[in-house]
Design a protein around this ligand. Structure first.
Ligand SMILES: [Zn+2]
Length: 377
């Protein structure tokens, strides 16, 4: 099995500003932990230096006036009219290098797509990607350029059939909207219900329109959902969808802001449920472009994506974090010296209510969406 890891030290060079929850430093921390475990020097793995995308690639989805404004905002100065493009507000600050950062992240995702689509590797991972909220002419939810949409659009041009699976705590709204009216892309998002969390969408009734009816699938989860419910919902829905749809390539968004200790969302997953789902995603994917996503507790991010990368490479890692890594990052908050989280389960009446709710969502999708999905003709 060959794999590619797309990375640049420059990822961590950018700064959304102090107090902003998205810390590009988490990407360096992940890379260093992966390296400390020796996972970049195993046979059949290639480390690829990320390159910025061409400006033209951004136009596969975004409008020219938005791209021009984002480009002008690269100096980190306020731009007149920026608020009309979702820029300069608290979530999406204009910081120095904002355009370069966006091009680099998108470029890395396109490199992953190219390596996988050409058959060079069956799996490639860009931990900086998965910025699923950006809209055609607006930044949204810490995302300026929607790299999953650009990757999928570039593959559609080559006639590929794509399934997008998003397990971030937030609904993958930008990706859903981009492909809402086509049956060439199946989007599936498992997230905390929009009743409680940004962006307030992703309900089970949002199933696509026109030719795309049935090809947008949403699995909203109640707050406090645990690994058991997450794995149950995933297994009840995603494998059958993939079997019916028969994609050429799966694009996976592996956001980890769904974890118990994440400060932004209210889901209670751990590395245990996460790994089970990632393993399943690997099994289901004929070819797999893996992207990062949310994750605001940076030690969770490093641990979870290291585990994901190990799964991609069929390596079973020891649970003790490498000593040299802990010495290198003594202040980053690795409170436990373990790679994996303890098991965590919700209990009691609240759990039963959540179980009922999730079961209802799952059964609804099986009844209404499954019959609409057809294999390629
Ligand atoms: Zn998120």
């Amino acid at each position: 099995m060959k794999t590619a890891f797309i990375y640049s030290d420059d990822f961590a060079k950018y700064d959304y500003g102090s107090g902003h929850p998205l810390k590009p430093l988490r990407l360096r921390l992940t890379y260093e932990l992966i390296k400390a475990y020796g996972l970049l020097s195993i046979a059949d793995t290639t480390l690829i230096e990320a390159r910025p995308s061409e400006e033209g690639d951004l136009l596969l989805y975004h409008t020219r006036d938005y791209i021009e404004l984002l480009k002008a905002a690269n100096r980190g100065l306020e731009m007149p009219g920026e608020e009309h493009y979702g820029l300069g507000i608290e979530d999406n600050p204009v910081f120095e290098g904002v355009f370069e950062w966006s091009r680099l992240v998108t470029g890395a995702s396109l490199q992953a797509a190219e390596l996988v689509d050409s058959g060079e590797v069956p799996i490639a991972f860009n931990i900086s990607g998965g910025l699923h909220h950006a809209l055609a002419s607006s930044a949204s939810g810490f995302c300026y350029i929607n790299d999953p949409v650009i990757v999928i659009s570039s593959l559609l041009k080559k006639g590929r059939r794509i399934a997008y699976i998003d397990i971030d705590a937030h609904h993958g709204d930008g990706v859903q909207y981009a492909f809402y009216r086509t049956d060439k892309v199946l989007t599936v998002s498992l997230h905390e219900s929009g009743r409680y969390l940004f962006p307030g969408t992703g309900f089970e009734g949002e199933t696509g329109e026109g030719e795309g009816r049935g090809y947008s699938v949403n699995i909203p989860m109640p707050p406090s959902s645990d690994d058991e419910l997450f794995v149950y919902a995933f297994n009840e829905i995603v494998p059958t969808l993939i079997e019916k749809f028969r994609p050429d390539i799966v694009v996976g968004q592996l956001g980890v802001d769904s974890f118990l200790t994440d400060p932004l969302a209210h889901l209670n997953y751990t590395t245990n449920g996460f790994c089970e789902v990632v393993r399943k995603m690997k099994e289901l994917s004929p070819k797999w472009i893996a992207l990062g996503g949310g994750g605001y507790e940076i030690t969770n991010v490093a641990k979870a994506w290291t585990l994901a990368w190990a799964i991609m490479n069929n390596v079973d890692l020891p649970d003790e974090l490498p000593e040299a890594f802990l010495e290198q990052y003594p202040l980053e908050g690795f409170s436990s010296r373990k790679l994996r989280d303890d098991e965590y389960q919700e209990k009691g009446a609240r759990k039963e209510m959540m179980r009922e709710e999730v079961r209802g969502v799952v059964n609804g999708i099986r009844k209404t969406v499954f019959p609409l999905i057809t294999p390629p003709t």
